[in-house]
Write a protein that binds this ligand. Sequence first.
Ligand SMILES: Cc1cc2nc3c(=O)[nH]c(=O)nc-3n(C[C@H](O)[C@H](O)[C@H](O)COP(=O)(O)O)c2cc1C
Length: 154
Amino acid sequence: MPKLNIIVGTMYGGALDVAEQVKPLFEQAGYTVAILEQPTVDDITSDAADLTLFSVSTTGSGDFPGGFVPFVRNLRDQSPSLTSLRYGIIALGDSSYGDTFCGAGRTLDSLLEEHGATRLGERLEIDAMETFMADDAAIPWVEEWIITQQLEVA
Ligand SMILES: Cc1cc2nc3c(=O)[nH]c(=O)nc-3n(C[C@H](O)[C@H](O)[C@H](O)COP(=O)(O)O)c2cc1C
């Protein structure tokens, strides 16, 4: 069975909740799914998974959640080739923060691309000003993502 990692960066649990809610959709599509709350660079290199989904919120002023900072620091320091990484990304934020809206998700997306990773489809940005429960936006997006990117393997 192919493997999907959902890598989470969260302050208050919203991004983790998204991961937990979309996990069954991928299981139905034929994947073994792991949710990683303390990811390492190894988790996105060396064919660690067939597919990776990031669910990352923004804190501070466009900053990464504290628990996610070591991952990003190591990614920048080690600067690995990510050409085998196929990923999707869900960014959680709040447009009332203006220019830093979804800053962490956007920065991560650029960083992955700079290292040769391939994003499948567009980034989903969930605005807490518009969507009270992030799952309400994430679940239909994942359902559509699985279809449009032809990810179903079962
Ligand atoms: C202290 C604080 C700072 C925040 N800063 C930003 C920000 O700069 N940009 C943004 O888009 N959202 C910002 N947010 C909004 C969060 O990203 C948003 O509420 C998100 O849904 C939280 O997800 P989580 O529950 O996974 O931590 C901030 C929220 C808090 C409480």
